[in-house]
Write a protein that binds this ligand. Structure first.
Ligand SMILES: Nc1ncnc2c1ncn2[C@@H]1O[C@H](COP(=O)(O)OP(=O)(O)O)[C@@H](O)[C@H]1O
Ligand SMILES: [Mg+2]
Length: 254
């Protein structure tokens, strides 16, 4: 569970990145965090990981009170979360299998557990046949799926993806989101940070919109505030996805 209670955060240079944010995300939810560049989305994810600290308010993540947690507990907090960064941060000299296994070895996981769990997550990310490849031998989308498999390796309750579709084409964006939906079906909380309204409108999940560090809307489904502005692509997009949904349900069984 994640709970922001009246949380504000200012960077040392005085930039107010978040302004009295209150927000609760239950275990197992799927949430989009949207907003323009500079709205405070990445700051919000950094607070969850305690890469940054809140300036005022209260922040609770998976039973950790982050605003008064000693630094020595940070590794335990972070083990409850899996994060996929925009630049993937894979080890170039390790194979796909090793990239995932390494994350488990670092936290002292048993060899028998590693041998069981790595193939499971590679399968989930549809990477079984790429297990022995190196990151350089994979497409961008495949590398990103490795990053997802690795984020899952230590069985975190929460998966956070910051702009996971930032550099990929629309078809690949859909693949990535479908993988996130599968991850959510495992019972994990999934938080997707994005500014891709088309994608958000397609999935009809909870959407939290940030503007200048404030929550300006929190609702399930279409982000109506932005429909007018994005009308043309939105209308076209929903037509596409309707036909696709009847064919194969787009991989998102509701
Ligand atoms: N390390 C930093 N130092 C000072 N200001 C920052 C820092 N990182 C981000 N900011 C500022 O905080 C605000 C929110 O940034 P950010 O959370 O990165 O937004 P988003 O991810 O929505 O684009 C912006 O005004 C940004 O310029
Ligand atoms: Mg950002």
């Amino acid at each position: 569970m994640i709970e922001f209670q009246d949380v504000s955060m200012a960077y040392p240079n005085g930039t107010e990145a978040l302004d009295r944010v209150s927000l609760r995300i239950e275990d197992g939810e799927f949430v989009f965090i949207v907003g323009r560049s500079g709205a405070g989305k990445t700051t919000l994810t950094k607070l969850l990981l305690r890469e940054e600290r809140i300036t005022s308010g209260r922040l609770t993540v998976n039973n950790f009170r982050l605003d008064r947690m000693p630094a020595r507990k940070i590794p335990y907090l972070r083990r409850t979360m899996g994060v996929v960064f925009q630049d993937f941060r894979l080890f170039k000299n390790k194979t796909v299998y090793e990239n995932v296994a390494f994350a488990m070895r670092v936290v002292g996981e048993k060899v028998s557990v590693i041998r069981k769990r790595v193939p499971y997550f590679l399968n989930l990310a549809e990477l079984t046949d790429k297990a022995d490849r190196f990151p350089d031998e994979l497409s961008g989308g495949e590398q990103q799926r490795v990053a997802f498999a690795r984020a899952l390796a230590n069985n975190p309750q929460i998966i956070i993806a910051d702009e996971p579709t930032g550099n990929v084409d629309p078809e690949m964006s859909r693949d990535i989101l479908n993988l996130l939906v599968r991850i959510n079906k495992l019972g994990k909380t999934v938080i997707v940070v994005t500014h891709d309204w088309d994608l958000v409108n397609y999935y009809k999940k909870r959407v939290i919109t940030l503007e200048n560090g404030k929550i300006v809307s929190d609702r399930v489904g279409i982000n109506v505030e932005h429909v007018e502005q994005y009308e043309a692509p939105y209308v076209q997009h929903s037509r596409d996805t309707d036909s696709e949904k009847t064919e194969n349900n787009g991989g998102v069984a509701e």
